[in-house]
Ligand binder design. Structure first.
Ligand code: FAD
Length: 417
């Protein structure tokens, strides 16, 4: 069923009785050409582009819970292309271009809103670093504008510019940055993949990866064994556990990242604002909630909930930046499991097991990567060659040290860098 304004109108007149389920609920088959482990944003977009760009059809996505129940539905929805180093910047630039056509591509409203992102700076040294970053963004073909203090005040008059510790000197403005509705992105890709014949199998946990003579042959699942010629591990925070099923040890640590939302308010924050020195960032959802977050909980964990010290830290940073936030009531908080790589950059690569691929290491920023990540993993699996915008995301960089990318030295212990 094609969605359109006319369709919504007609369905409204007919009592909304004609809507169909957005995807099928197929039983798993005994064999597929390709099995993707993980029905998050990256797994679903990989399946979609394998079918759409490469004409492959005999594909299953295996999801242990429900589609969109992982990090893709838990993030703070920021979409941007403001990276500095070669290797990352062309990839995220490609991703942002895909975002800009995504709703038309999927015939699905993912509520992509390019409301602009402002990264604040608080010293001359930080301003110089942002000037370099802005020039790199412009050289990449993306957009960047340096704002002085008055330029920021014009856009964000509610900030406390005179705060003692980090007085605001200006900001790097990325007008094409913004937000999207996170779970709609999963649903849109799921619907698109299903329409191209991909089997989306929920409540199907992969419990083992079968190999013979160094080659992958299939997976064991809670719904029985499934044979496959190619298997992709796209399990985000669970990547290390899934890879261990094939005897592999990944350079990944899993940590909790928390986020918060307030009660719905009238429009007040019409940009995404990032206060790096305070480890705080914020935007306002279309429902009116102020959505904000901070840094990682600094211990490795598979619990999708955080700890109180980080709650205190984030609230303090919010109050420092915009005291008005103290008037809003926090509605809820939650956590997601982040797959942190040592250099803050992702991995899209083959593994030493033939036919077995890995997509992980998205750190804080894998939501905005969803389109390009699926595009590039699909390209690698279908053609055997890495896509040119993801050539650096190789697993062996942690062994050889060559081509090591480092946006800002994030990795698992951000506070130690
Ligand atoms: C609080 C928070 C805020 C964030 N904010 C942003 C942001 O503003 N912008 C941004 O770009 N990124 C952000 N991120 C990061 C982003 O959400 C993640 O990097 C990205 O969603 C990870 O990829 P995914 O969508 O495929 O993950 P997921 O949705 O987690 O998908 C992985 C799936 O694999 C499944 N799985 C795991 N093990 C198995 C198994 N054995 N068998 C079958 N299935 C399995 C899981 O159930 C899960 O559904 C944030 C993350 C969090 C937690």
């Amino acid at each position: 069923m094609r969605y359109s304004g006319l369709r919504v109108f007609a369905q409204g007149l007919a009592g909304n009785r004609g809507w169909k389920p957005v995807w099928r609920r197929p039983e798993p088959k005994a064999e597929y050409d390709i099995v993707i482990i993980g029905g998050g944003g990256h797994g679903l977009s990989t399946a979609y582009y394998l079918a759409k760009n490469h004409g492959l059809r005999n594909i299953a996505v295996l999801e242990k819970g429900y589609l969109g129940g992982g990090n893709v539905g838990r993030n703070t929805t920021i979409v941007r292309a403001n990276y500095f180093l070669p290797g990352n910047s062309e990839f995220y630039s490609h991703s942002l271009k895909l975002w800009e056509g995504l709703e038309a591509e999927l015939n699905y409203n993912v509520m992509h809103s390019q409301r602009g992102l402002i990264n604040l700076f608080h010293s001359d040294g930080q301003r110089d670093a942002f000037v370099r970053r802005g020039n790199a963004m412009l050289a990449q073909g993306d957009d960047a504008v340096l704002l002085d203090r008055e330029g920021v005040r014009e856009k964000l008059p509610y900030l406390d510019f005179e705060q003692g510790r980090f007085p605001i000197h200006g900001g790097l403005y990325h007008p094409r940055g913004g937000t999207a509705r996170h779970d709609a992105v999963a649903w849109g890709y799921a619907r698109g993949a299903d329409r191209l014949g991909v089997d989306l199998i929920q409540n199907c946990e992969v419990t083992g990866i079968d190999t013979r003579q160094g080659r992958v042959t299939g997976v064991q699942t809670t719904r029985g064994p499934i044979r496959a010629r190619q298997v992709a591990m796209v399990a985000a925070g669970r990547s290390s556990q899934v890879a261990a099923m094939a005897g592999l040890r990944l350079p990944i640590e899993s940590h909790v990242l928390q986020a918060f939302v307030t009660e719905g308010l009238k429009p007040v924050i019409d940009h995404v604002v990032s206060f790096g020195m305070g480890h705080f960032y914020i935007s306002q959802s279309d429902k009116g909630g102020l959505v904000f977050g901070g840094d990682l909980d600094f211990y490795a964990s598979y619990a999708a909930r955080g700890n109180l010290p980080m709650v205190e830290h984030v609230m303090e940073a919010g109050m420092t930046l915009m005291p008005m936030i103290g008037r809003a009531r926090v509605l809820r908080s939650w956590g997601g499991i982040m797959d942190m790589s040592p250099d803050g950059s992702p991995i899209i690569d083959r593994t030493p097991v033939e036919g077995l691929f890995v997509n992980c290491g998205w750190n804080y920023g894998g939501f905005k990567a969803v389109p390009a990540s699926g595009w590039c993993l699909a390209h690698l699996m279908a053609t055997g060659a890495p896509h040119k915008v993801a050539e650096g995301f190789r697993l062996d960089r942690f062994r050889t040290g060559q081509g090591l990318m480092d946006e800002e030295g994030t990795g698992s212990q951000h506070n130690l860098h």
